[in-house]
Design a protein around this ligand. Structure first.
Ligand SMILES: Cc1cc2nc3c(=O)[nH]c(=O)nc-3n(C[C@H](O)[C@H](O)[C@H](O)COP(=O)(O)OP(=O)(O)OC[C@H]3O[C@@H](n4cnc5c(N)ncnc54)[C@H](O)[C@@H]3O)c2cc1C
Length: 448
């Protein structure tokens, strides 16, 4: 069957769905089609919660109703070929689709460690697939010893969730000195680690896995120090790589970190093909250099740029800031922009300010919890370049305000005089509001 469509989006997850919805908002008379491989789309960021809080993949799905409501067609099929000269694509199911504009949002694939023994049963990576995660859940429910490789936020979330309601021995092995080190400075990492300790989650840092043991089904792993840990299930959460098979096959330019090359409008080397999400190459907001940040928040922002620009460029992506949060038990950890270490590496001379207070006033109001915020400024210009928060769950929203300040290039003085709305049952006191007070603290340090 052959059909002609104005906008074809390949991929139906965070980036693809958002690109299609944005295209619909901006171009009401265009026909829009999403082609995606899977019947059911998982909420990618909710995957660790399948193993504890939400209990099953079925409770962690993006509903398709939004497509019908926005007059977006769906084809569940795999795109196998793109002919850019003819502006057509072919699917595995035998469809030919002619497009005017094409959006590639083919996402990423989990990195699998090419170690001896990694092809055995019960060695998993985090694949975004319902049947795959169902079999992983089944194995974890039967397991006694779970080994998680990688102490980034995904590994830590898996550890916390898998430990819930299970008598399971959980060990995280991380090659860096601390868990969460890529996104947080040391004192935040240490706080997170002490929470993991309090939950009886074992932690081995500054160590790598050398090989897996077993006889077809994994039994354990040998570490770089030579010691051995038992494991009847292994989860590898060691990063992702852009899924660029289609882009490569149709000869689009590829960037230095292996993503599809795009300009600030999210246009690829072909003016009729856009790319967004994990499959697209990223540059840092701060340095303009290639960036290894792969996040749903970035994917959807890029998609809002791509979707709006399809038939006329109106938006530019400023580069990836890197904003996200996680939670261990009831304690949130949130980060935006550069850490102190990252700032130094990028050549910034920085100064920080920290403020801590309860997120209610008086602190005895229901829901009161301590929230610590640290802000990082460039010393000379006094411009905000990073922030980290921990404690109350409102850290997750506060860090988004920090990101807005970073994106707008706000200075410490502008943040210190930022007009905030407060309420006893909802926020910290206006006198102790962490965002303005951390900026005031930093100003003090700048003036020393
Ligand atoms: C466990 C986990 C937790 C995470 N938590 C967070 C978080 O808390 N916050 C955050 O910001 N980010 C988080 N992320 C990262 C986030 O999930 C990704 O950045 C996001 O999924 C990227 O979205 P995407 O649409 O670009 O790609 P993907 O989600 O990888 O989707 C790719 C889509 O393309 C389709 N596709 C690929 N090839 C073809 C083809 N040939 N034909 C048809 N369809 C195709 C796939 O079927 C899929 O629909 C997490 C990731 C994981 C794995």
């Amino acid at each position: 069957m052959e059909r002609e469509i104005d906008v074809v989006v390949v991929g139906g997850s965070a980036a693809g769905l958002t690109a299609a919805l944005t295209a619909r908002r901006h171009y009401q008379d265009k026909s829009i089609l999403i082609i995606r491989r899977e019947e059911q789309v998982l909420i990618p960021c909710g995957i660790p919660y399948i193993f504890g809080t939400v209990e099953s993949p079925e409770n962690n799905l993006i509903p398709d109703a939004i497509l019908g409501k926005n007059d977006i067609e769906l084809l569940v099929d795999t795109v196998v070929d793109i002919d850019r000269a003819a502006k057509t694509l072919q699917t595995k199911g035998g469809e030919t689709v002619l497009y005017k504009k094409l959006v590639l949002s083919t996402g990423s694939l989990p990195v699998k460690l090419p170690l001896p023994g990694s092809d055995q049963d019960s060695v998993f990576a985090v694949e975004k697939s319902v049947p795959y995660l169902e079999s992983m859940l089944e194995e974890i429910d039967k397991a006694s010893d779970l080994l998680i490789i990688g102490g980034g936020f995904i590994g830590v979330e898996f550890a916390d969730e898998c430990k819930k309601n299970r008598n399971l021995n959980v060990t995280i092995v991380e090659m860096l000195p601390h868990c969460l080190q890529a996104a947080f400075d040391e004192d935040f990492c240490k706080q997170a680690e002490s929470l993991l300790d309090s939950k009886d989650i074992n932690r081995i840092t500054s160590e790598k896995i050398e090989r897996f043991t077993g006889d077809g089904k994994v039994k354990g792993a040998i570490l770089s120090s030579g010691s051995e840990i038992e494991a009847d299930v292994v989860i590898q959460s060691v990063g992702v790589k852009p899924n660029i098979a289609l882009a490569k096959e149709c000869d689009l330019d590829i960037g230095p970190l292996g993503g599809i090359s795009v300009d600030r409008s999210m246009c690829t080397s072909d003016p009729d093909v856009f790319a967004c999400g994990d499959c697209a190459e990223k540059v840092s907001f701060f340095t303009g250099q290639p960036s290894r940040l792969w996040l749903a928040s970035i994917a959807t922002t890029e998609a809002r740029v791509a979707g709006a620009n399809l038939f006329g460029i109106t938006r530019a992506y400023p580069g990836a800031i890197g904003v996200y949060s996680t939670v261990i038990g009831d304690t949130a950890f949130a980060t935006a922009g550069l850490t102190e270490k990252g700032a130094k590496k990028a050549g910034y001379c920085s100064v920080s300010g920290r403020a801590a207070s309860v997120n209610r006033h008086p602190g005895r109001m229901p829901g009161g919890a301590e929230l610590v915020l640290e802000l990082l400024f460039e010393r000379q210009t006094r411009v905000l370049i990073g922030g980290q928060a921990m404690g109350a769950k409102s850290s997750g929203e506060l860090i988004n305000a920090v990101s807005a300040c970073i994106q707008q290039g706000m200075t410490a003085d502008q943040i210190a005089t930022f007009q905030t709305g407060t309420h006893p049952a909802l926020t910290a006191s206006p006198i102790a509001y962490q965002l303005v007070n951390a900026a005031e603290e930093a100003i003090g340090a700048m003036n020393e």
